[in-house]
Write a protein that binds this ligand. Structure first.
Ligand code: SF4
Length: 301
């Protein structure tokens, strides 16, 4: 049995990037401290904010729900949760139920927006003939509906459960695709457009594996089911290679994040105008061109 490097109790995790074993108590303490310092570092929340959380019912957003709820005891802000039900048979109903239960357990106002009601079709129907770009379609539609609902609810911020692995993968994928500037969206408080609710990612310094272990240690119910459409082949490849690199070179994911933040800082100091958004001529939503991706996609479903 491995012992906690701090107190000698039974260890539940080995943090290879700092070469330390931690027991449940010290791991939970470290996790919560890092969550709070990330919120402070990026100025993500302030007293009196109204925050909408995108709550899928998966592990990341469910853990974030609990962390934000705990934070409310020290920083008064309002918290509401929004679940997008894409209509994915055999998957979303279960995670939606967890989202409803957890929000109810913590007494947090919870709203569900469904593709079927808002777009007239479930994701299963939209993808019936072509599933090759499932996540690209789904991602655009989900983000569009989340932004609209958050705005309708009067939210100042939209909290998203992206973890360190998600961010490192996205930064690398954007480089591989030759679109590095797309990563700027990961730091959206830069964007100035009234219709766009700035997104915050308080778990961006938290490795995915630690989110799952935190949920276990805090007895938070999570669902390990994977979406049947999975994700793009490229993301799967990048994830696998990153995990292999992390094994051999501990701390790789943290280093990708800190390199991205350094580059972002440098370019922000020299050029602030790039972050401004246009307004879609068709629906009036914020977008980076003349017509938003949401309208492009919904016009052909
Ligand atoms: Fe949508 Fe892809 Fe996420 Fe499934 S994995 S919910 S298709 S974005």
């Amino acid at each position: 049995m491995m012992r906690c490097s701090k107190c000698g109790e039974e260890s539940i995790i080995f943090l290879h990037y700092v070469r330390k074993h931690l027991c449940a108590r010290h791991f939970i303490g470290m996790f919560e401290k890092r969550f709070r310092s990330t919120v402070r570092e990026f100025g993500m929340l302030k007293k009196g904010d109204r925050v909408a959380l995108g709550l899928s019912g998966g592990k990341d957003s469910t853990v974030l729900l609990h962390c934000l709820h705990d934070l409310q005891k020290d920083l008064p802000f309002e918290l509401v949760a929004i679940t997008i039900d894409e209509g994915i048979a055999g998957y979303r109903a279960a995670t939606r139920k967890i989202a409803e239960k957890e929000a109810d357990r913590l007494g947090i106002e919870h709203h569900v927006v469904s593709f079927k009601k808002d777009l007239g079709k479930t994701l299963d129907i939209i993808l019936k003939t072509d599933q090759s770009r499932a996540c690209s379609y789904c991602g655009v539609l989900r983000r569009g509906l989340l932004n609209r609902k958050a705005r309708e609810l009067g939210a100042d911020k939209l909290a998203i459960g992206h973890n360190l692995d998600d961010i490192a993968q996205t930064v690398l994928m954007n480089i591989i695709r030759g679109e590095p500037s797309r990563s700027r969206r990961l730091l959206e408080p830069l964007i100035t457009n009234e219709a766009f609710i700035p997104r915050i990612r308080p778990l961006l310094r938290t490795p995915e594996k630690e989110v799952a272990i935190f949920a276990m240690a805090r007895d938070i119910k999570i669902d390990h089911r994977e979406c049947p459409y999975a994700e793009s082949a490229l993301r799967q490849d990048v994830r696998r290679h990153l995990n292999e690199l992390e094994e051999v070179h501990p701390g790789t994911k943290f280093k990708i994040l800190s390199s991205f933040l350094k580059m972002e800082n440098q370019s922000r100091n020299s050029k602030t105008q790039d972050a401004e958004l246009e307004t879609c001529f068709s629906c009036g939503e914020p977008c980076s061109g003349k017509r938003c991706k949401f309208c492009e996609m919904t016009s052909c479903i």
